[in-house]
Every structure is written in C-alpha cells, then in structure tokens.
Design a protein around this ligand. Structure first.
Ligand SMILES: Cc1ncc(COP(=O)(O)O)c(C=O)c1O
Length: 396
C-alpha cells in the first residue's frame, strides 16, 4: 500500500505544528511561525487561550457527551446567547460549517414545503465563486466545476447567479425559487464583501416574493469583521444563517440559526445529529461568546482592522507590480495581487515563517487571531515586507 494513512485529499505542506502559543505555531522541529491564518478563520482567541482551555477542561471532567434525546442545559446556554445577540429565535448545533449549511438548506426548503407554504418552491439561487463546504449539497450549491468533478450527479435545486450582481439574481427568480443563499463576504472566493445595494436588493426580493434569505457566515461570522455577524454591517437581517469556524475557537462547533418563521418546517424528527450540540462543544462556544460577544471586544477588532488595513495599504504601494489593493472588513482582510497569490503564500510560509492563506481571485487572505496585539502586527508587517522584497514571481 502506498496511499497515505490520511486520505490524500489535502496538498499538505511540510509544516507540522505540534504546539500553539497565542499567535504562533511551533513545528515538530521547533520552528516558530506567526499564524495569521488562524486555522482559516477559526482560532479567533489564538492558541492555548486559558479561558477556552479552562471551559473545555471543566466540561470534560463533568460530562463529555450525552444524546440529543435528553435535555441540554449546555446547548440551551449557547443557543440563548446566540438568540439574544442576533436576528435568530432558534438554533440547531452541528459539528462543522458544511453541516450548518446542510441544515440551512433543509430549513429553507422546509419553510416552503410546510403546510402553509408553496411546495413548488424548491430552488435556492446561489452565487458564482461561492464556497459552502464539501458535502454533496454544499458542493452542489457552488457553481465551481472543480469541486463537482468526479462526484456527479449534483443535487438538484440550485441556480447560479453572478455574485454581487442584483440583476443576475433577479433574472433567475421564478415560481420555483425558495430563496437566496449568499456569503455576505466571500471567503474562499477572495475576501469579497457584497455591496450594500446587492444585499438590500436580495432582501427586497425576499420580502416581495416570500423567499428565504440564507446567509453563509461560516467564515465571516463570530466577530471576525468587527460585528458579531457580518449581516449587521448591512443593516438587514437574514432569515436563516450558518455559522461555524470561530464559534468554537478551535473546537468543532457549527450552528444553523433561524427566525421562528423560517424554522416553521423544522419540527420533531426532521433533522438531527449525534454529536451536534455536544456538551464539550457547547462549553467551548460559551467561552468564545463570553470573550467576543461584547461591544468592547468588537470595537477593538474594528480598530485593529482599520490600523492593519491602513498599514497594508501604505505598504502595498511599495510593490505596485505585486499588489493591487486591500479589501475586506475588520480582521478579515485580503490583499488582491497582480500575480497568483499561492506562490507568494508559499514563499511567506517557507522562507519567512509567516502563515497566511491563498484564496481565489489572486488574493492573499490575512486572518489573524482577533486577540493579536501590536507586537504581532509589527512582526507580521516585518515578515510581509521581507517576503515581498525577496519574492520573485514566476515568469508568465
Ligand atoms: C463560507 C464557508 N461556508 C462553509 C464552509 C464549510 O465549513 P467546514 O469546512 O467547517 O465544513 C466554509 C469553509 O471554509 C466556508 O468558508
């Protein structure tokens, strides 16, 4: 057998972290990396956060797992915190973003297949360059051919419109439309915030035709953009929203949030998960919410984001052949490059011990832990400057 014991679906690099300390990762050979990838927008409290560790330890010593057939004081605690701080009235917990999306898709369909609904409305309109996960429903929800290849047939019921183009979305609305599914800020697609007009236009179409507005905030949610959830930047409320990644700060926690109206089809027996809402996961989620769901923390993220962005904007001017512009919100920033971003991301990682993430649309994602401080932002700028100075783009 020559296949790796880990199914080889990831192009794993040579960095093999064995320890995390605040904003740094330490490799098994002792090399220290500055982690401005945060496990792709997960470790929002950094690594080894004492509050998060304590919460998980205490819960592990008390009760690690019970079935969802029993009452869940731990789940009610986290769900109530989310309900208090968001548009939602009710929450279903999952173990990942894709599962939160699966629940969101089912909730949107079930809204229309409810006895008071119109069961012909089965199609969700989704958007180009979207990423919603790797399950069959979530790859079907994305128009990206590269994720479909080898896995046909796709699940029916998704129509693809152009991201941030309201006319394109409008043109697809029919008597089969159940709603829109959109990342308000595309992550994998290259840190691309949707415009106000686009989001407001989708909301108006939903109001007009009784459609579900489903937000995928798996990457942009949980304080990353300086708001607890990115929808708040737009001054509108979705009907259904998927959250995950940062929600457990590194422990696998996902959630599908919905209004009471949107969740009308999700009665007893319609959905479930053995592990979803597991007490250990809920303890992690509560610790994260305690740390981030307050005005002071969110204002700090906004302020750090503005400072980092202005430093980046000043810096990229020194390399007009390499960098184009900076976009994003809060500490979800992307540097749009004039060359492919992947080789630069590899160069930063391997030659300057700086971890970032490459994304679509020639973008380098900068996703620091939200607790990064001035010293770490200075270290980041130093490494980025050294990386840009020593980078030789491949000849095109
Ligand atoms: C916007 C978005 N939705 C869904 C997912 C899927 O989340 P998970 O990998 O936890 O299944 C991701 C993961 O990157 C994401 O960025």
């Amino acid at each position: 057998m020559s296949i790796s014991p880990l199914m080889p679906v990831y192009p794993r690099c040579g960095v093999r972290p064995v320890k995390g300390e605040h904003c740094h990762l330490i490799d098994e050979d002792g090399t220290r990396y500055l982690d401005f990838a945060s496990g792709i927008a997960v470790n929002l409290l950094g690594h080894s956060h004492p509050g998060l560790i304590g919460a998980i330890q205490r819960q592990a010593e008390t009760l690690m797992h019970v079935s969802n057939l029993y009452g869940s004081p731990q789940g009610e605690d986290l769900a109530q915190r989310l309900v208090d701080k968001t548009f939602a009235d009710t929450v279903f917990f999952t173990n990942s973003g894709a599962e939160a999306m699966e629940c969101a898709i089912k909730t949107a369909r079930a809204y229309h297949q409810h006895e008071d609904g119109d069961s012909n409305r089965t199609e969700l309109i989704t958007f180009t360059n979207a990423f919603h996960g790797r399950t069959m429903a979530t790859i079907s929800a994305s128009n990206q051919e590269k994720m479909h290849k080898g896995f046909y047939p796709m699940l029916a019921g998704f129509q693809y419109a152009e991201f941030d183009n309201l006319e394109s979305a409008k043109a697809l609305v029919s008597d089969k439309t159940a709603g829109f599914l959109v990342e308000p800020i595309q992550g994998e697609g290259g840190i691309r915030p949707a415009s106000d007009e686009f989001i407001h236009g989708l909301k108006a179409l939903c109001d007009e035709h009784d459609l579900m507005l489903v937000f995928d905030e798996v990457q942009c949610g949980v304080a990353r953009t300086g708001k607890l959830y990115a929808y708040e930047h737009y001054g509108i409320k979705p009907d259904i929203m998927a959250s995950a990644k940062g929600l457990g700060g590194g422990f696998p926690v996902g959630a599908c949030l919905a209004t009471e109206k949107a969740a009308r089809g999700m009665g007893f027996g319609t959905h479930g998960s053995t592990y979803g809402g597991n007490p250990l996961a809920m303890a992690a989620g509560v610790a994260v919410m305690e740390a981030v769901a307050n005005d002071e923390f969110l204002a700090e993220v906004t302020e750090k984001g503005e400072r980092l962005r202005s430093r980046l904007e000043q810096f990229i001017g020194n390399y007009p052949d390499l960098f184009d512009f900076v976009r994003g919100k809060g500490l979800m920033l992307g540097i749009r490059m004039k060359v492919e971003s992947r080789p630069f991301f590899v160069h930063l990682r391997d030659n300057h011990q700086l971890l970032t993430v490459a994304a679509g649309d020639q973008t380098l994602r900068v996703l620091p832990p939200l607790v990064a401080d001035n010293a770490e932002f200075d270290e980041f700028m130093d490494k980025l400057s050294a990386g840009a100075a020593s980078f030789v783009p491949a000849a095109s």
